[in-house]
Design a protein around this ligand. Structure first.
Ligand code: HEM
Length: 406
């Protein structure tokens, strides 16, 4: 078993790494399947790169989400003290373990079932058409700001009853929060975090007075019916779903359109065989994943992962993007094959934290691709691909702006 290793010098959070992380991942899968790197506060963390190990780790109960569950209760903790409003947002299913996770997830599981999500098809189509109308009227389009972002943002905001006038503020606050890559970013994001928590408090207050046919009111009803959902959990739930519900899908739409434009023969197939859309969405999620790395887990005991010793309490990250390009799982992983069969990609994670919003993301992305290429058959990049800028950060991978001509 390997005990210690020097920290990796490649900056896995940099924009430069995001351009093509897959060649580096391949090198690591071949030589160093569990990569030690320096995490946000300077502490050591481990990135798992091989498909089988990632798949296993995400189902391993010894890797927990709540840091406290990994610590020895008899030893004093050295956690960085956080303001109360930051802790409220962490009171969510993605940051909890059983039994809280099971209770919280059960409350929204129903609302995101494919059967209910399918009913949103007409609404999402109308939204996509409307955005194309606006782009055509303007004569130009940044695919990210004008299409990939508004579709999932408006859909999830509507599901929670966020008013149109509040949407941009909400977007600004959650963007600051989702893009914390350094302690300084964390400090800078404090005002946004505070405003977001206050906004969500008001959202639920309004819904208490005026119940609506939406998720906010459904959660309040569950609270009243004695589901032991605390007020902090209510805010944590809305914060998580509203944030996770848009930046990720925005990334898939943007990354997917770029990949299709760069593979004209595949795009042509999709245009002539619309029935390919379902497998195309899966393949794009595999090939150019918007979530490159799952969120952090903590080893709750000393572990061995792929021969590497990982001490109790240390952070472990499952490399979804690397797993999705593992040649031991996928034939020709670096080739985009929209009709790929038996595509067991890990783009939506796996195990108990498997993406609850996957049916919604799939619906939105499928409609976004179809309407875009139907309405704008001559869509092409307006800039050279090498000038595109990618976001920074460990977890997500998306383009900041995608100027297109049509
Ligand atoms: C293409 C779009 C999306 C991708 C690639 C994606 C990916 C993921 C991944 C990889 C995880 C697991 C994270 C981990 O284990 O650390 C996850 C969890 C989650 N996702 Fe998504 N997601 C997408 C869209 C959405 C949408 C639209 C929503 C909500 C409306 C959503 C809500 C959630 C929630 C609540 C969790 C936590 C589930 C749990 O802890 O049980 N996601 N997502």
């Amino acid at each position: 078993m390997t005990q210690n290793m020097t920290l990796e010098t490649v900056d896995v959070t940099s924009a430069a790494f995001k351009v093509n992380p897959f060649s580096t991942y391949k090198r690591w899968r071949d030589s160093k399947p569990v990569v030690p790197f320096k995490a946000m506060f300077g502490q050591r963390a481990w990135l798992i790169t091989r498909y089988d190990d990632v798949n296993e780790a995400l189902k391993d109960e010894r890797l927990v989400k709540n840091k406290r569950n990994s610590q020895d209760p008899n030893k004093p903790t050295r956690d960085i003290p956080l303001p109360g409003f930051v802790k409220i947002l962490q009171t969510n299913m993605l940051d909890t373990d059983v039994p809280d996770h099971t209770r919280l997830r059960a409350l929204v599981h129903q609302a995101f079932m494919p059967r209910l999500i399918a009913k949103m098809q007409t609404r999402v189509e109308a939204l996509a058409h409307n955005l194309i109308d606006q782009a055509q009227a303007k004569g130009e389009m940044d695919l990210m700001a004008d299409y990939a972002l508004p579709i999932p943002l408006i859909v999830i905001a509507d599901m929670f009853g966020v008013k149109d006038r509040d949407r941009n503020n909400f977007r600004k606050w959650s963007h600051a929060l989702l893009n914390i890559n350094s302690p300084m970013d964390g400090i800078r994001a404090l005002p946004s975090t505070y405003l977001l928590v206050n906004y969500l408090r008001r959202l639920f207050q309004d819904h208490r007075l005026n119940p609506q046919d939406d998720l906010s009111s459904a959660l309040l009803a569950a609270q009243n019916e004695g589901s032991s959902l605390s007020n902090d959990e209510l805010i944590g739930m809305a914060g998580l779903l509203l944030s996770a519900g848009h930046e990720t899908t925005t990334g898939l739409i943007g990354n997917g359109v770029l990949a299709l434009l760069e593979h004209p023969e595949q795009l042509m197939r999709l245009k002539t065989e619309p029935s390919l859309m379902k497998s195309a969405v899966e393949e794009l999620t595999r090939f150019t994943p918007p979530v490159l790395v799952a969120t952090q887990r903590y080893a709750c005991e000393d572990l061995e992962i792929a021969g590497q010793f990982v001490p109790r309490g240390e952070m472990v990250y499952a490399g979804l993007g690397s797993a999705n390009h593992d040649e031991h799982q996928f034939e020709q992983p670096e080739t985009l094959m929209l009709d790929r069969a038996n595509n067991k990609h890990l783009g939506f994670g796996t195990g108990m934290h498997y993406c609850v919003g996957a049916p919604l993301a799939r619906l939105e992305a499928g409609i976004a691709f179809r309407v875009l290429f139907e309405r704008l058959p001559n869509l092409r990049l307006a800039v050279k691909p090498e000038t595109l800028r990618w976001n920074t950060g460990l977890v997500t991978r998306n383009i900041r702006s995608l100027p297109v001509k049509f």
